[in-house]
Design a protein around this ligand. Structure first.
Ligand SMILES: *[C@@H]1O[C@H](CO)[C@@H](O)[C@H](O)[C@H]1NC(C)=O
Length: 367
């Protein structure tokens, strides 16, 4: 009788797990459907208003001069062992100095770190990478090639290839997601973790499921699960949606002072107007739901989290909750007037906060 009861309990608990998994996927897919419908309506509206120009999108043939500005550093390429992919990065500061590795977000590339490349080269070898699929880095064609595991392994391999065993890891937005995961999976290679506007991944997944407002702000994660439509949407009207993300009053860079210059915008358009250039970046999101929830959560690296409170895509409440997963020194600074694009939006303040964190951590270690 007891045996039967145990069996029954086991079957029931398995059933509960299955129902929860089913609920999760049902939610993901129905929300994908809703997001896609909203996107299609927006698209039709946009095409309908100016039908003749809607399908124009110009491939930029020549990079604007700012992309080759020598004061930002030198362009380098490395082929990594495991995947054989060639990575592009821009590096400043002497080789042999401690490594500060910078991981950009979506839809960006190494150039989003231009202010930091100039600032930190006095004491560090600063490397701003183009992530897998972005810019001049190779972009494997399958969406399966962009699993979180392979994105994390890329960074570990790059460190090996550059001849470093550890680094100060800095990530913004999606690059922040990757940075958190590296700190969780390979704590031995991260001496200090600096994250801009991205919560701990577990905080994000839990918060998004409990807060419909955040679910709406994260609609693009769901919309990106579809094939080709997201890429198409970003290109209509000569990349209007892409430009709006970066410069519109609601979501863009520099509400206050540091707006993108015409040349900066051309730099972004040069990178993303190349044929197929949007597919790799969007593929980063196409494995997301099969990789979550995470099995490990703890971060044991000293961590600085900087957060622009006017972020259109991430609610600030998640920043404070992140504290519970960091089992080391954790410092959070919220910048009340900054947007999502923090390191470009308020570079002076961001650089100052990073210096202070690095110096204080150096001090703490010596004590
Ligand atoms: C990409 O994925 C395909 C199919 O899964 C695989 O054969 C190939 O080796 C992968 N390439 C890279 C660079 O990971």
């Amino acid at each position: 009788m007891a045996q039967l009861f145990d069996d029954l309990q086991l079957i029931l608990s398995r059933l509960v797990v299955k129902i929860r998994a089913f609920g999760f996927w049902a939610l993901v897919y129905s929300y994908c459907g809703i997001c896609a419908s909203v996107a299609v309506l927006k698209l039709l509206w946009s095409i309908g208003r100016r039908p003749t120009q809607a399908f124009q999108c110009k491939i930029r043939e020549h990079p604007p001069a700012c992309l080759n500005d020598p004061s930002l550093g030198t362009h380098c390429y490395v082929k990594i062992k495991d995947s054989g992919l060639r990575f592009h990065y821009v590096a400043s500061g002497e080789r042999g100095k401690p490594l500060m590795l910078l991981l950009h977000g979506f839809p960006e590339f190494w150039y989003s770190w231009r202010h930091q490349l100039r600032e930190f080269k006095s004491e560090y070898r600063v490397v701003a990478l183009d992530l897998r699929g972005y810019g001049e880095t190779d972009a494997p064609s399958h969406w399966e090639n962009y699993s979180l595991d392979s994105l994390i392994l890329d960074i570990k391999d790059i460190l090996d290839t550059l001849g470093y065993s550890k680094c100060i890891l800095t990530g913004h937005d999606w690059g922040g997601m990757i940075s958190w995961l590296i700190a969780i999976c390979y704590p031995e290679i991260v001496t200090k973790l600096i994250i801009l506007n991205f919560p701990h991944p577990t905080v994000f997944t839990e918060y998004v499921l409990q807060h419909p407002s955040q679910l709406i702000k994260s609609a693009h994660y769901f919309f990106f699960q579809m094939s080709w439509l997201p890429e198409f949407m970003l290109t209509v009207h000569d990349f209007k949606f892409l430009k709006n993300l970066l410069i519109s009053h609601a979501s863009g860079i520099g509400r206050n002072d540091c707006r993108l210059t015409e040349e900066d915008i051309e730099a972004y358009l040069y990178i993303f107007s190349q044929p197929g250039a949007l597919t790799g970046p969007i593929n980063h999101y196409r494995n997301l739901f099969s990789c979550l929830p995470l099995k490990r959560h703890e971060v044991t690296t000293p961590t600085l989290l900087l957060w622009g409170e006017k972020d259109e895509f991430m609610e600030v409440e998640m920043a404070e909750i992140t504290r519970i997963y960091v089992k080391s020194h954790f410092r959070l600074t919220i910048l009340s007037t900054a947007s999502h694009w923090l390191q470009q939006d308020q570079p002076d303040i961001v650089n100052k906060l990073i210096w202070t964190f690095l110096k204080d951590e150096g001090q703490r270690k010596r004590e």
